[in-house]
Design a protein. Structure first.
Length: 82
């Protein structure tokens, strides 16, 4: 699980984020700036080239966005089966 800060830009439908901590098996590990920068998880200039998603479609069941690196992300609502 990654944790960190984010910023929502309403007029651009853009979510910019920064990973700062990694949690694995109940342990928490702070990610140093140099490692986050090498992995493309942080910019040296905050919110200039941050990892981000530009949302193109959102409704009650699905969300679709283009990543800052050009990839496409899809999220589907997970309903509990009774």
């Amino acid at each position: 699980e990654f944790e960190g800060s984010f910023r929502w830009l309403e007029d651009q439908r853009r979510l910019e984020f920064d990973f700062e901590e990694l949690k694995v098996g109940g342990f928490s590990l702070d990610l140093p700036d140099w490692l986050r920068g090498m992995a493309g998880m942080k910019s040296s200039t905050p919110y200039k080239k941050q990892p981000a998603f530009n949302f193109v479609a959102v409704d009650e069941q699905i969300a679709a966005a283009r990543g800052a690196g050009g990839g496409v992300a899809l999220w589907l609502r997970n309903e509990l089966v009774k």
